[in-house]
Design a protein around this ligand. Sequence first.
Ligand code: MG
Length: 230
Amino acid sequence: MNYSHLLFDLDHTLWDFERNSSEALNEVYSIFNMQRFNAFSSREFVDKFKEVNTILWEKYDHDEIDREYIRTKRFEMVLSQLGIKIEDIPEDISSTYLSICPTKGNVIPDAFEVLDYLKGSYEMHIITNGFDDIQDTKLNSSNLRGYFDRIFTSEAVGYKKPSKEMFNKAVEMIGMDKKSCLMIGDNLETDIKGALNADLDVVFFNPDNLDHNLPVTFEIRKLIDLKAIL
Ligand SMILES: [Mg+2]
């Protein structure tokens, strides 16, 4: 296989969303002095956010809700499910979280070692369903930006993963044929199923060892395992 272009997902694949988001939520918890509610710990806050956020992003990926819905409803859902009355939810909690989270720079273990190894041999790009401004901040605060040639966000491309148009459009904009491109991502639905539907070879980054029956081209548990493939 002669790949020349690598398409990387960003959140959970390179940028450590769980860790960065947890750090941001802990700060939000103390900024808004959430202990005063006497209702939940910062740990419960983080866990509930993860649960709600995963559901909302699945809906977003499938065009059932938009960005504004995530921004306005996410904390309302989290806090009301934790027993807080709507009128007690701080108005600027969502914007506060969004101003902190993308500035966090933790990356998935081995990300830099692998990217340094790949840099000389491949052109690398990001393909993400995240939002332009947020993803741009994340790439800069984590020092990942310099490794990538093109950043394809759903906002800019006009399609979302898993739709095959998103992948087709990205490959077309790179100006390569599909055989030269390899998609690398952690999400079975958006990254892997989507890219396979678009006839791209894929690397499923599967740190949690999830069960699946998709015909993935490669599967890895750790990013460092890419060195054995590429
Ligand atoms: Mg991801």
